[in-house]
Design a protein. Structure first.
Length: 193
């Protein structure tokens, strides 16, 4: 059975990945299992941050390592919050980030946005593989729904009338930027046997 370390302490993200990786019967670990502190995301792009995290974890294990960086890019805000999505507000909490975003968008007519996820997978031989997934949508005018985390309560995916937080985890796990990028990772892992 393959073993994979996901470079995160985020329990929500870890649960999402475990669920999405279930079909491959991969044994999943996190940074907590290796007693590695949170890795600073100092890169200018999602890809740079994903690589930084994956390389930092790879120093501690011979297992497969998967690291992602993801965030929300809003057209009216020239791509913000972008790589700073997690730390967009001073408090850096989901509630504070969403409040700041809704305030910034209060007069905007263009509400187009996209979630982006970039994954860096480092295999047992140390080779790096990059994958990207996106989910296009719109910023709602208020928070709605109790499911999900992060910007899910303010993001309405294209083709839907409800936020990701209202659609539920089963739907989110089919649509999300993370699900889309992980399908590419799964395909890669299946192909290598």
């Amino acid at each position: 059975m393959d073993q994979l370390v996901i470079a995160t302490h985020n329990a929500h993200k870890l649960d999402e990945y475990r669920l999405l990786l279930e079909p491959l019967k991969i044994e999943v670990y996190s940074l907590a299992d290796f007693h590695i502190d949170e890795i600073k995301e100092t890169g200018e792009t999602f890809a740079h941050n994903a690589r930084l995290k994956a390389r930092a974890v790879k120093k501690h294990t011979d297992m497969l390592v998967l690291a992602d960086d993801s965030g929300l890019e809003v057209e009216a805000l020239h791509g913000l919050p972008g790589v700073h999505s997690k730390r967009y507000s001073a408090a850096a909490t989901d509630q504070a980030n969403n409040a700041k975003l809704l305030q910034a968008m209060s007069q905007a007519t263009n509400r187009a946005a996209r979630f982006v996820a970039v994954v860096c997978l480092i295999d047992e031989a140390g080779e790096e593989h990059l994958f990207e997934g996106e989910l296009h949508g719109y910023i709602h005018t208020a928070e709605a729904g109790n499911g999900g985390f992060g910007y899910d309560p303010v993001f309405i995916p294209v083709g839907h009338t409800a936020t990701l937080a209202e659609l539920g985890m089963a739907t989110k796990n089919k649509l999300s930027h993370r699900a889309r990028v992980l399908r590419k990772v799964l395909h890669f892992l299946e192909q290598r046997g």
